[in-house]
Design a protein around this ligand. Structure first.
Ligand code: AMP
Ligand code: MG
Length: 340
């Protein structure tokens, strides 16, 4: 089965195409669609068989729970038992947007969505195509990233097709996604907001709304949040990271010469301001290190491009972990197989 690829103009959304995709969701199919973070692979969250299809298509382990997407804040009460005050404050400020909340689920949410947990992850995306699709579907939409499990997340419809061609019914192609890394995932424990996954909303933004924030280390997250694996978001090539320090260029060059000498095909993922230093090497620019948002939007695409070029080793320059840079480095460390 080849997916039906529907091109949709984000500036002039065609309701006929949205209707076609919504009917696919209603009849138990899988629809890939753009969100402001990455492309999602959506199914009716209330339809267990359809949700099973998501796990199958992605080859996702059955202990890795899904995020449920809603289009109206009112839909939350259907999915969760209670919304603590801190969650309300976060929702008021950041929804619709790239913030996922882990809340106590109602019995209505099928176990397969939450992999048997008593909590469910919920978010309301801000992307207009995503919002219109969810609204037209008339049900909550379970949607993990629309990539094969473990691969870099998809930021274009082409990335979705590269990974899932044959196992998705419709791909809504709404162009490149805006943010480029996934949502921030938080849970609230005794009034304290715990960041389980850094993402599109950065910690400083969260702190401007709620006082008590705790960012879990990767080790703590792995024990707390099922479905977290130390290696993830990985290109086929091996990834090594060179620290963000004044000797960064020298260290990259040393690694690159050494690996080339061993006969490896080397790619350098560079900060824009360093790119000229790597002349003679296969170099791709992530973005200016002062602009972490630009780096976030390019990260997964650049990792995928190196794979297309059959690179054996990607030497990646670390960027500062401020703002959304924390999410960029979290994904990059996972691509390299190291926790944070
Ligand atoms: P993805 O949909 O691929 O962006 O991944 C969603 C991630 O959210 C999962 O891998 C989990 O780590 C996390 N998650 C989803 N549901 C829960 C939950 N109920 N409790 C804790 N973490 C969750
Ligand atoms: Mg994912």
């Amino acid at each position: 089965m080849r997916p039906n690829i529907l091109r949709i103009d984000p500036g002039d959304i065609d309701d006929v195409l949205i209707g076609q995709a919504a009917r696919e969701i209603q009849s138990g199919g899988l629809v890939a669609f753009p969100t402001e973070t990455v492309y999602g692979l959506g199914a009716n969250a209330m339809d267990q068989e359809a949700v099973a299809g998501i796990f199958e298509a992605k080859k996702r382990p059955l202990d890795d729970p899904l995020i449920v997407h809603i289009a109206n804040r009112d839909d939350l009460s259907w999915l969760v038992e209670e919304v603590p005050d801190e969650a309300k404050k976060l929702i008021d400020r950041f929804w619709p947007g790239p913030l996922t909340l882990i809340l106590k689920k109602t019995d209505r949410v099928p176990d397969i969505v939450t992999t048997g947990l008593s909590t469910v992850a919920v978010r309301m995306p801000s992307n207009d195509i995503a919002k219109r699709l969810i609204k037209a579907s008339g049900c909550p939409v379970a949607a993990p990233s629309a990539n094969l499990f473990g691969r870099p997340s998809p930021t274009t419809a082409q990335h979705v097709i590269d990974d899932l061609n044959g196992s998705v019914d419709i791909v809504l192609d709404g162009g490149k996604t805006d943010i480029g890394v996934e949502s921030t995932v938080v849970e609230i424990v005794s009034g304290k907001v715990i960041v389980l996954r850094p993402g599109g909303i950065d910690v400083e933004e969260l702190r401007s709304v709620v006082g008590m924030i705790c960012v879990y280390t990767e080790k703590e997250v792995i024990t707390k949040s099922p479905g977290k694996y130390p290696q993830h978001y990985s290109p086929l090539a091996e990834v090594v990271i060179v620290d963000d320090d004044p000797q960064q260029v020298e260290k990259v060059l040393l690694e690159a010469h050494e690996a080339s000498g061993r006969g490896l095909s080397v790619g350098v993922m560079a900060k824009e301001e360093h790119a000229l230093e790597y002349e003679g090497f296969h170099c791709k620019v992530l973005g200016p290190s002062i602009d972490a948002r630009a780096c976030a939007s390019e990260l997964f695409h650049v990792l995928r491009e190196f794979d297309k070029d059959d690179v054996d080793l990607i030497i990646a320059e670390a960027i500062p972990e401020a703002g959304i840079g924390l999410a960029v480095m979290n994904r990059l460390k996972k691509a390299a197989g190291i926790g944070t």
